[in-house]
Design a protein around this ligand. Structure first.
Ligand code: BGC
Length: 417
């Protein structure tokens, strides 16, 4: 099977600041990673040192064949203390974006990808309404400084993730914060108490969702009114949700609470970013364990690359706006398994395009093996491996295959193997 993607289809790879830059010391996640007894496998440390190595990474992405780079800017660097904006940090990101343009790479910029400045998390964080105005002020400053260089903007990454994980049975419904003993110490290291500490992902999933939804809608308007004229949207964590007989009510609840709230609000967005890794099945008693016979990945979920078809179809039907796949990929040590994953995922994407869905681009997660949050450097999502001592980058076979599709705009199922 061969397929020619539409002209102008955007091909890219993605990363997030905290996962690749290194030494994001003013952020809430840095504190949590470094607190004794932490649930993080290891601290992020130097990460991939992208803070210094971004020209090499952008050149590499381009040489592989990709035309776009989805990266995030770090609020904790840009506003390390309340109201004190670091012009040096903003200038750093200006250099990063300028470097993208010099190399012929279109920058897709995410304003918030999980991490926040410590001072924000210490004062209620994403569980408090107070964050909304703070986030808007940060978005306004960042857009004023960088907007003319941005190709696409994503306000918040996966604002639905906490609810989605809670309804998939991965997180407790009341959040992890009160259940993880190290969090009280992390709060105190951030200069606050546990009840005031609100880092993303560990607090109350439903409160976080509602605060983030408001922050997204208002940030979209703030970003649009700054320099530059680029599309703005949100990215969502979307597993393909399926019900076995008796699981329909659980499926409906998960869809409504985790997807529809955002997809309905997206009518005023320029696009929705769909981020898919696997599927979640529901039975009469709620989420089900992986199905027997289906390989289970290091992240605990099933190898299920065709999930992308279900999520794109659902997002298109419910939102009615253009879609981008802003993340899709697999954490595995076996690059042949990654090749098989991308091969099937691209076929799922092609079925959606054939069916007339307005999907405008595809970003692989991730360009580099990087810091996988609580799991540390264990799971390898990169198209490019990174030596943890020398920082040397080495493209994997999957990078070559996907890069060829990106460069040529053509997929051939026989050669992608
Ligand atoms: C996040 C990434 C993460 C990836 C793989 C997504 O939920 O946006 O930061 O590394 O999944 O787990």
């Amino acid at each position: 099977m061969t397929y020619a993607f539409p002209d102008g289809f955007v091909w890219g790879a993605a990363t997030a600041a905290h996962q690749v830059e290194g030494n994001n010391v003013a952020s809430d996640f840095w504190v949590m990673e470094n607190t004794p007894g932490t649930m993080f496998q290891e601290p992020s440390g130097d990460a991939c040192d992208q803070l210094h190595r971004y020209p090499e990474d952008i050149a590499l992405l381009r040489s592989l064949g990709f035309g776009s780079y989805r990266l995030s800017i770090e609020w904790a660097r840009i506003e390390p203390e309340e109201g004190r904006f670091s012009v040096a940090a903003l200038e750093h990101y200006r250099r990063v974006l300028a470097c993208c343009h010099e190399k012929g790479v279109l920058p897709c910029v995410t304003f918030h990808h999980f991490t926040s400045p410590c001072w924000v998390a210490a004062d209620g964080g994403w569980e408090s309404q107070a964050i909304v105005d703070r986030f808007l002020r940060y978005c306004e400053r960042a857009t004023a400084h960088l907007g003319d260089l941005i190709y696409m903007g994503c306000t918040i990454n996966e604002a639905n993730l906490p609810v989605s994980l809670a309804l998939a049975g991965v997180l407790p419904r009341q959040g992890l914060k009160g259940l993880a003993p190290f969090m009280a110490e992390a709060a105190s290291r951030c200069g606050t108490t546990l009840d005031r500490f609100g880092p993303f992902l560990l607090g109350d999933p439903f409160k976080t969702r509602d605060v983030m939804l408001e922050a997204h809608c208002r940030a979209r308007d703030v970003i649009r009114s700054g320099p530059g004229d680029f599309p703005v949207g949100i990215t969502l964590a979307m597993q393909d949700l399926v019900a076995v007989p008796g699981g329909e009510a659980h499926l409906a609840e998960a869809r409504a609470e985790s997807f529809d709230v955002f997809l309905d609000a997206a009518a005023d967005d320029d696009f929705v970013g769909v981020q898919t890794y696997s599927r979640t099945r529901y039975g009469p008693d709620g989420p089900l364990h992986p199905e027997e016979g289906v390989p289970v990945l290091a992240m605990g979920y099933e190898f299920w690359p065709s999930a992308l078809e279900g999520t794109l179809r659902y997002a298109a039907e419910r939102s009615g706006v253009p879609l981008y796949v802003t993340e899709n990929g697999i954490g595995t040590d076996d690059d042949e398994q990654r090749v098989a994953y991308y091969r099937e995922a691209l076929q799922a994407l092609i079925r959606c395009l054939d069916a007339g869905l307005d999907v405008r681009g595809y970003f692989a997660w991730s360009l580099l093996d990087n810091f996988e949050w609580i799991h540390g450097y264990g799971p390898k999502f990169g198209l490019v491996s990174v030596d943890r001592t020398t920082q040397q980058r080495t493209p994997k076979r999957s990078a070559g295959l996907l890069g060829d599709v990106a460069r040529s705009g053509r997929f051939d199922s026989e050669s992608f193997a």
